[in-house]
Design a protein around this ligand. Structure first.
Ligand code: ADP
Ligand code: MG
Length: 629
């Protein structure tokens, strides 16, 4: 790229931009009105930015602090023009903001594209369409901008294909002007009434006035006069009384603050008075954004002070595990010149955050209790994020835990889930713990041999197979006084779930297998901590069990895969004397064959729980020897 700025030059779009433009034009052509929403939203953001910068440098206004957005059209030229007197963009900002896609996570987004238009259209909504949506209705876009405080304006122009041009412009007034040269057939955007109704529909909540020329009827046609009129309500939506805001308005406002394309799932609008005075309007989206797992992302809650936009900061206003929440908090108490540094140590902010978290949890509890289907939808999008909660938010641990959902042996598919409360309600008589198993996939959990005795007795076990589950369990050891108990760790003590006769029978089996157990232990040597008779298995010959205080096998594998050191711990091998293979082992007199069989038992137990063999080649050799006998 050249650095000269005195003449016209042509630059290529970043490859992704080209792809994005194509995708957008093809997938969103049936939803053209959103173009205005996006451009007005940008103009509004630009004005917010100017206001904020001007708090510390009043000269940026250059005598014009009357911020507004203007819409005008020219029938003859077939153009639609959107003008703002916000912060504007310098030449390099234009290149950076609308020649590339600076958003983090962009690569992941493009990797997720399938080539199937219907599916990709959905994805693009999550990505956010923004400025480029202009090309849905325009075959050429001319943007002219003068950055506040600067003197040299820049003109950007593109047909939305491979490249754009940049040249100096003689714009004298601060801000940005965007001219859309409408495509053939897009004449509805040259209609006064139509434009005004789109503004009312999508942009009523914008705090800035959106002005157009008043029109009058002449010869059966509407023609613009010289007089301005404000088309939108231009009052902060969140500051209005709940009764004065319609469902549609809440939804449109959500799309503005979230840059999301879809309607939100639920929201909570609160005016708080007393010690702290503030308004919060918090939304739960219906779809996860493409960069939900990108910890660098900053979008989240917008902080306003007395209607003036201050900053957008997810972490200070919402904890990480609620990072999907979008919305606005408008404080009446904070100073207007509040900075990130001040926020970091502000008790006021801490109090607002704590109260807002409770609002969101309340909103989710309400969905869970009263709108099962919506909660299910929420859970499948954001459940894994919520699972970070018990470890992160000590104060609300029990409430967050109450919102968690898990697959279970009492349900058929991975998508069906149960919460702790319902699990406890259907616990067996005498059952004292909440049983779970962790594995690296749903299928591995569902088919784990450890479940056999629980299945036989009809005891429900939660099947945990998200990566985050192990981390969650680190912060959550009980719910409502009931201990969370892994069925793959420690001694299996079913407590009152077993009667005396069963306990006696167990002892007899153990005694009968004593010699065998010792022999297997001697054979496997260093590979195991212990060998013992199992009471978990009914159909499988053997399984591995971790110590009560050891890492589970699953967690150990995850940590190793992440390159972390794990403490040395050996599993206990439990064998099932009732199984034909173990019976054969018992009667095996040949040392060599006994040795093969014992090792195969250990190795297959490791494989069954998703582990990797230390020495796969030896396993195969032994297996083959056994098969050929
Ligand atoms: P988003 O609004 O989600 O950031 P857009 O594609 O809508 O994405 O806009 C990209 C960027 O271009 C904005 O973040 C902003 O920096 C810049 N921009 C767009 N429109 C304007 C405008 N009217 N005034 C100043 N900057 C703008
Ligand atoms: Mg935008």
């Amino acid at each position: 790229m050249t650095t000269s700025s005195s003449q016209k030059e042509t630059l290529g779009f970043q490859a992704e931009v080209k792809q994005l433009l194509q995708l957008m034009i093809h997938s969103l052509y049936s939803n053209k009105e959103i173009v205005l929403r996006e451009l007005i939203s940008n103009a509004s953001d630009a004005s917010d930015k100017l206001r904020f910068s001007a708090l510390s440098d009043n000269t940026l206004y250059g005598g014009d602090s009357d911020l507004k957005i203007r819409l005008a059209f020219d029938k003859a030229a077939r153009t639609l023009t959107i003008t703002d007197n916000g912060i504007g963009m310098s030449r390099s900002e234009v290149i950076e903001n609308i020649g590339t896609i600076a958003k983090s996570g962009t690569k992941e987004f493009f990797n997720a594209l399938t080539g199937d238009q219907a599916k990709d259209a959905n994805l693009i909504g999550q990505f956010g369409v923004g400025f480029y949506s202009a090309f849905i209705i325009a075959d050429k876009v001319t943007l002219t901008s003068l950055r506040a405080g600067e003197t040299e304006a820049v003109k950007w122009e593109s047909a939305g294909e491979g490249d754009f041009t940049l040249e100096p412009a003689d714009k004298k007034t601060r801000g940005t002007e965007i001219v859309l040269h409408l495509r053939e057939g897009e004449d509805e955007f040259l209609n006064d009434w139509k434009l005004k109704s789109i503004i009312c529909k999508y942009s009523d909540h914008i705090t800035l006035p959106i002005v157009m020329k008043k029109s009058e009827w002449k010869d059966g046609e509407q023609v613009p006069t010289d007089e301005d009129e404000t088309v939108n309500k231009a009052s902060a939506l969140w500051a209005r009384a709940k009764n004065d805001v319609t469902e549609d308005e809440y939804q449109e406002f959500y799309k503005h603050v979230s840059h999301d394309f879809e309607n939100p799932l639920a929201w909570s609008h609160n005016r708080v008075e007393g010690n702290q005075e503030y308004i919060s309007l918090l939304y739960v989206p219906s779809k996860a954004p493409f960069d939900l797992y990108d910890r660098e992302r900053s979008h989240g809650i917008k902080l306003y002070v007395k209607r003036v936009f201050i900053l957008e900061d997810a972490e200070k206003l919402m904890p990480q595990y609620l990072r999907f929440v979008r919305g606005v908090i408008d404080s009446a108490d904070l100073p207007l010149n509040v900075s990130r540094e001040i926020l970091q140590h502000s008790k006021d902010i801490d109090a607002i955050k704590a109260a807002s978290v409770k609002k969101v949890l309340g909103l989710l509890e309400d969905l869970a209790e009263n709108k099962a289907e919506q909660y299910q939808a929420f859970w499948s999008e954001f459940g894994r994020v919520l699972k970070e909660g018990p470890g992160e938010d000590f104060a609300n641990k029990e409430r967050v835990a109450g919102l968690l959902r898990f697959a279970s042996t009492h349900l058929d598919t991975e998508a069906q889930v149960v919460g702790f409360k319902d699990y406890i309600a259907r616990m067996k008589e005498g059952q004292e713990a909440i049983y779970y198993i962790t594995a690296d996939s749903f299928a591995a959990a569902q088919h784990s041999p450890h479940l056999e005795i629980f299945r036989k007795k009809g005891i429900e076990v939660l099947l945990l197979s998200d990566r985050v589950d192990e981390w969650m369990l680190g912060g959550l050891t009980e719910f409502d006084g009931k201990k969370l108990q892994s069925i793959a760790k420690g001694d299996l003590d079913l407590g009152k779930l077993e009667d005396e006769a069963e306990k006696e029978a167990k002892k007899q089996v153990e005694d009968a297998a004593k010699e065998l157990v010792e022999k297997v232990k001697a054979t496997l040597g260093e590979q195991v901590k212990e060998v013992c008779v199992t009471h978990r298995l009914t159909d499988s010959p053997a399984c591995l069990v971790a110590g009560e205080n050891d890492l589970s096998g699953n967690l150990e594998r995850m940590l190793k895969a992440a390159g972390q050191k794990t403490p040395e711990s050996k599993p206990t091998l439990e064998i099932n004397p009732a199984h034909a293979l173990v019976e054969r082992l018992k009667s095996e007199k040949d040392e060599m064959k006994f040795n093969d069989l014992a090792h195969v038992l250990f190795d297959q137990a490791l494989l069954a729980e998703g582990g990797q063999l230390n020495d796969p080649a030896s396993f195969v050799k032994r297996m083959n020897r056994l098969l050929m006998r």
